[in-house]
Write a protein that binds this ligand. Structure first.
Ligand code: CAO
Length: 415
């Protein structure tokens, strides 16, 4: 079966996490992704957080599946010529170097356009144009600058960053969408274009509801679904909301049986208004279904703390999975707090290809997260990440270099 992006060639100048997330997705959709790396070292993550000596780290292998690797010294004049040939034969160049690095290599937008006017040049940067545009940025900087950290955590504690890599992988996702959109527009205009996904913008996009709340706060001075209501105080900016749910259906994380020993024996419980009467029945507080102090969503808002404490008295008598089984029968929205161990062992995620076991010639078998986006006509086969420079000869031969020319380039240190 063919793949959605069959025939699309990507010159992949990405490293670390944000850019590689993007090009890995494009590879899973069928694009031929040629990753250009520095000879000798390659992507810095190959050796970061290693768990097996001399084997590419999980950090690298889990972000670079289905790609080919070529090593080219982009600062060597002959290496630059090889890159020019590659630029002419590819559809998209993706990079997430520090600001200005691609220009310093001699590949400005204008130069790339001269070489290939159809080329789409896609970049991740920390910030868009403005006071911080020249800054180098990593994940947590983006979470802090994009509004995630100031709105995450508890009111009486410091800002907190999320374990979800919304700055890196989140921005890679945004960039991938920009690239396929530009490819689509190119089918009509014949022209390439620049695609920029700034990490601050990507995080802010994911924190959209918090900018919503900022404006609600400025208008009304209070947000009744936040845990600060009714007894706490609201300042000028959106406060940290603990585990309150982001929308109009109040939720909280509640202890389950075994919480004293198991740090993940918890459940997320949502007091969705349409099933309020069922919730009252399940927890044995039938009278709350008709009591005017509890019967309506508005009446409940100032009493959420007390209500969740009462529900928790019930959840603490069940394991998180027992509670799930019971609550699901009544359509009460809830979710177990799953540990990474539980997720790694989850057989249903293995069946759907969301968790995949991959074999690697140096490190052996390891688990990875497969393609979270499932296309019915473009199935994903997850293959291992390339060894450093594994495909240098193969790719150069494809773009017209003879074995003798390849040997000369190698002797010159260009590849
Ligand atoms: N051959 C020779 N040189 C190469 C090369 C190759 N194949 N590939 C890259 N280089 C050079 C670049 O030309 C650049 O050199 P100059 O600084 O002399 O121009 C240098 O290697 C690497 O550039 P860098 O500044 O991007 O790398 P860094 O490790 O110092 O910074 C990072 C890393 C991530 C902070 C920075 O790249 C960045 O801010 N990127 C944009 C934002 C981003 O994507 N951040 C998320 C990273 S994932 O957590």
């Amino acid at each position: 079966m063919g793949k959605a992006l069959d025939g699309v060639r990507i010159l992949d100048f990405t490293h670390v996490q944000s850019g590689p997330t993007c090009t890995q997705l494009l590879a899973w959709f069928g694009a031929d992704v040629i990753k250009v790396e520095k000879a000798g070292t390659g992507d810095i993550t190959r050796e970061q957080l290693r768990d097996i000596p001399d084997a590419d780290s999980l950090y690298f292998t889990m972000l670079n599946h289905n790609k080919r690797s070529v090593t080219i010294d982009t600062k060597n004049p002959e290496g630059k010529q090889v890159l020019e040939t590659l630029i002419k034969s590819c559809d998209v160049l993706v990079e997430n170097f520090a600001p200005g690095a691609l220009d310093r290599m001699g590949f400005s937008w204008e130069r790339i356009q001269e070489l290939n006017p159809r080329m789409i040049v896609a970049s991740v940067k920390g910030f868009g144009p403005g006071p911080y545009e020249d800054c180098k940025v990593y994940e947590n900087v983006a979470q802090c600058a994009g509004g995630a950290a100031s709105t995450t955590g508890f009111d009486d504690g410091p800002p907190v960053v999320s374990g979800a890599q919304i700055g890196d992988s989140g921005t890679g996702l945004h960039l991938a969408l920009g690239i396929v959109t530009a490819l689509y527009q190119r089918t009509m205009t014949g022209r390439g274009q620049k695609v920029l996904a700034a990490m601050q913008d990507g995080v802010l996009n994911l924190c959209r509801v918090k900018l919503r709340d900022q404006q609600r706060l400025e208008r009304t001075g209070v947000m009744k679904e936040y845990p600060q209501y009714p007894n706490g105080t609201f300042g000028e900016a959106v406060p940290r909301a603990g585990n309150a749910s982001g929308g109009g259906q109040p939720g909280w994380i509640l202890k389950c049986k075994g919480w004293e020993a198991d740090p993940n024996a918890y459940i997320y419980f949502i007091t969705q208004a349409p099933v309020w009467a069922k919730i009252c029945n399940v927890i044995g507080k039938e009278e709350w279904a008709t009591d005017p102090d509890y019967a309506t969503a508005t009446a409940r808002l100032p009493r959420l703390k007390e209500i969740f404490a009462e529900i928790e008295r019930w959840t603490m008598t069940k394991t998180k999975f027992e509670a799930m089984d019971i609550l699901n029968k009544y359509d009460i929205p809830c979710g177990p707090i799953l540990s990474m161990k539980e997720i790694a062992e989850d057989q249903s995620l293995r069946k759907t290809g969301t968790i995949v076991e991959v074999d690697h010639p140096v490190r052996g078998k390891y688990l990875t997260v497969g393609n979270p986006i499932k296309l019915s006509d473009s199935p994903t086969d997850v293959t291992r990440s390339p060894l450093l420079g594994e495909h240098t000869d193969e790719v150069l031969a494809e773009i017209g270099y003879s074995p003798e020319q390849i040997d000369l380039l190698r002797t010159a240190g260009a590849i």
